[in-house]
Design a protein. Sequence first.
Length: 210
Amino acid sequence: MSRLISFEDVALGYGRRVVLGGLEFGIEDGEVLGFVGPNGGGKTTILRAVLGILEPLGGTLRRHSEVRFGYVPQRSRLDGRWPLRAVDIVLMGLYREAGLVRRPGGIQREEARALLDYVGVAGATERNFSELSGGQQQRVLLARALITRPQVLVLDEPSAGLDIAGTAQLLRIVDDLHRERGLTVLLSSHDLNAVANHVDRVALVLQGAF
């Protein structure tokens, strides 16, 4: 495996407040890496740095190649009342490249429907996102990330708010994506037991320590 990203004595935080310091680790192409720790411990902060949303306060975050990311944010951070159909939510993943003015064509819509089928919510394609269960919404957001054709899939607390069955189903899909498409997967969770059998490595994240 080749290294995609390296953290070299990296400090992360907001304003002048350091949340995590002295981060020294790498992300390898093709691995599944889990960040596990309590809520508020800094897991999301690390993922934001990986995505380039958050700049380090110190140290060096080195990208060894151009990487295309697919991002599944915490569902609790989104407005679940979006008056949009599931297929339209998936197509939102293309707006960064196509822009808000250019409407997706038939080929993109067929791809979105195929992805919804792949993640197991084909029957929800034309339903409003707000009408879906938590597990269905999470899988729609996964399809939205996949339509960008990522090399690295980043999932922030993907099992939050899901029951045991819903968590297992979602993580099985992630396992399939890793195996079938060779995706590098980064995921965060507060529940080690939920993700331990689905990752190659686990990084324990506590506020101020890693």
